[in-house]
Design a protein around this ligand. Structure first.
Ligand SMILES: [Zn+2]
Ligand SMILES: [Zn+2]
Length: 121
């Protein structure tokens, strides 16, 4: 604006300003869904300035299995059954070992296959 001469003039004053991007100020993460052995959970936190909520997943924990334990022998099929258990949720898993009796006998830990058969009857 160019002002020439004496007198009163009225005009708007222009100001230039920039709105800076809001930087969230988040509080602590709070667990909203507790993860389990088989299911993921989630947690969220809230911006203390604008209230925006951020959410993220928590990976599932996975079973914590004990070591395999031999629970029975099947003499007819020459197999053994082993189980293991999750210390968190109690889930058990079972597997069958083929030729288990021969292998045990071969390792000489439980005597011969015949002795195991006798002891197991
Ligand atoms: Zn914010
Ligand atoms: Zn489990």
């Amino acid at each position: 604006m160019i002002i020439i001469g004496i007198g009163n003039y009225t005009d708007a004053i222009r100001t230039t300003f920039t709105i800076e991007k809001h930087v969230h100020s988040f509080g602590d993460w709070e667990q909203t869904v507790t993860p389990t052995c088989i299911q993921k959970g989630s947690e969220s936190r809230k911006c203390t300035v604008c209230g925006e909520i951020e959410t993220r997943e928590i990976i599932k924990r996975g079973h914590k299995f004990s070591a395999w334990k031999t629970t029975s022998f099947n003499l007819k099929n020459k197999t053994s059954t082993q189980t293991r258990k999750c210390s968190v949720c109690g889930k058990t898993e079972t597997q069958t070992n083929k030729n288990a009796i021969e292998r045990l006998a071969g390792a000489n830990r439980f005597g011969t296959a015949a002795e195991i058969a006798k002891a197991s009857i």
